[in-house]
Design a protein around this ligand. Structure first.
Ligand SMILES: Cc1cc2nc3c(=O)[nH]c(=O)nc-3n(C[C@H](O)[C@H](O)[C@H](O)COP(=O)(O)OP(=O)(O)OC[C@H]3O[C@@H](n4cnc5c(N)ncnc54)[C@H](O)[C@@H]3O)c2cc1C
Length: 419
């Protein structure tokens, strides 16, 4: 049975089991030790917001002094940073998707062997199989894997990101795409991540040592210039109640809606749709689909319970029509939702919004306070964002962190001149 149970209850229980260990996180997190968790392994729950970044940080902060909690809080902040960064540049997600479609028409030599774990590179082959088998990889393994994929096997980063996207239980449009871009040297100009055999041997405690098999020099990947960061959409003010009865639409990007501030609105019904074609268009592996559907059901039952209302859960080929029929059945004038972020659920949401609008029903978008306050700071590099996160949500109660000039964006990153 999978180690990841798609309920909020299971996520909270893992969080509580992890919190006492969080003070050792900074020293242990780089080690990938099978069967001995050195990290929280909370990502599948966080990705669907079965538990939230905010409550995760609060639990760690409530138990440890700031200097012991800092590293963990910072890693959680990376997630919000990536989400906010992609919200400013939705074109990066579209460009990536187009590249995947184009590249898969005629995959390059070496692609099939890489995804089957048949390259002969120690570590890499096992991680490819581990990903498919378990739906999860340690962060350091993800970094090594991505780096070997790009710089040793010389495969397009987009196909590697797509392989992760298909299989990761925590697969996230922002964290996955942008982490691959970070490794490739596309996120921070001149900075890429080159995996080294001695680093792999050290942090896998000798399980793998691909000495002599990895690229030892690399040039950052290059691409045409990106769009300038755009404006963020403006969320509805939860203090202003819509007129008439409202219903709540729920999707797998936020499955603890009852913990968000929706201004005391009382939905007359909850809708949880599963678009039939989504899994095949995204090429999600069976366990990803099963996990997501079960998580959606868990979120929907809790929302219905929280507002003492009915939940309609439905598989449908036409989400827009299904939403209109549901809203009409309940006499709704407005549907409310926490808006999905850039990715496939947002594409579906905007189509649904158009169908509802044609039927004279408004769709009002809300955003969590955490995102509203932090996303504006995610336009540039991580450290200005982190400073904003500390100031707004994670106040320091001990020695201040090092100045920006002394901080490392990640361990092991090497500076290279882009080609
Ligand atoms: C190539 C590559 C692809 C990745 N793809 C994804 C992805 O699709 N989804 C995803 O959630 N994370 C992704 N990550 C980030 C990171 O590897 C995972 O979040 C982390 O390994 C999850 O394990 P954990 O819950 O034990 O993390 P912990 O180390 O315990 O951290 C706690 C939480 O903080 C967040 N977090 C930690 N590190 C990062 C990071 N570097 N970037 C963003 N968020 C972070 C996650 O939500 C995580 O659950 C990727 C990293 C790389 C290098």
């Amino acid at each position: 049975m999978s180690d990841f149970v798609p309920t909020r209850e299971a996520g909270l229980s893992r969080l509580h089991a992890f919190v006492p260990r969080a003070s050792r996180y900074a020293e242990e997190r780089n080690y990938d030790r099978p069967g001995v968790p050195t990290v929280s392994r909370l990502s599948p729950w966080l990705q669907r917001r079965l538990i939230t970044e905010e409550e995760t940080c609060a639990a760690v902060r409530a138990t440890h002094p700031w200097n012991q909690a800092e590293k963990y809080l910072q890693e959680v902040a990376w997630r919000t940073y990536w989400k906010g960064w992609l919200e400013h540049r939705p074109g990066v997600w579209r460009r990536y998707g187009e590249a995947v479609t184009r590249l898969l028409e005629s995959p390059p030599a070496g692609y099939a062997a890489a995804v089957r774990g048949e390259t002969g590179i120690p570590g890499f082959d096992d991680w490819a199989r581990e990903l498919v088998r378990t739906g999860w990889l340690h962060n350091h393994a993800r970094m090594w894997f991505a780096s070997i994929w790009i710089f040793t096997l010389r495969l397009p980063w987009e196909l590697g990101a797509d392989f992760f996207w298909r299989h990761l239980l925590d697969g996230d449009a922002a964290a996955n795409t942008l982490s691959w871009r970070w490794v490739a040297g596309l996120h921070t100009p001149g900075k890429l991540y080159l995996a080294r055999a001695d680093n792999i041997a050290r942090y896998t405690e000798g399980r793998y040592c691909p000495e002599g098999l990895l690229a030892t020099t690399a040039q950052a990947v290059v691409e045409p210039p990106l769009e300038e960061p755009g404006k963020l959409w403006t969320a509805e003010d939860p203090r202003v109640a819509p007129e008439g009865p409202v219903g709540l639409w729920l999707h797998p990007e936020d499955l603890s809606v009852e913990t968000a501030n929706l201004g005391g609105l009382t939905p007359a019904g909850v809708l949880a749709l599963w678009p039939e074609e989504l899994a095949s268009t995204q090429q999600w592996a069976g366990p990803v689909v099963t996990f997501t559907q079960a998580a959606l059901s868990d979120g929907a039952s809790r929302a219905a319970l929280a507002w003492d209302t009915e939940c309609r859960a439905e598989r449908t080929a036409e989400p827009g029509e299904a939403a209109v029929a549901w809203a009409r059945g309940l006499g709704l004038r407005t549907v409310i939702a926490l808006r999905p972020m850039v990715g496939p659920w947002l594409d579906m949401a905007t189509e649904m919004e158009a169908s509802l609008r044609r039927a004279g029903i408004a769709l009002r978008w809300y955003r969590r306070e955490w995102d509203t306050t932090l996303f504006p700071a995610a336009r540039r590099g991580f450290f200005p964002f982190w400073d904003a996160a500390v100031r707004l949500h994670l106040p320091i109660d001990g020695p201040a962190p090092a100045p920006e000039s002394e901080r490392q964006e990640e361990f092991g990153a090497v500076r290279q001149t882009p080609a």
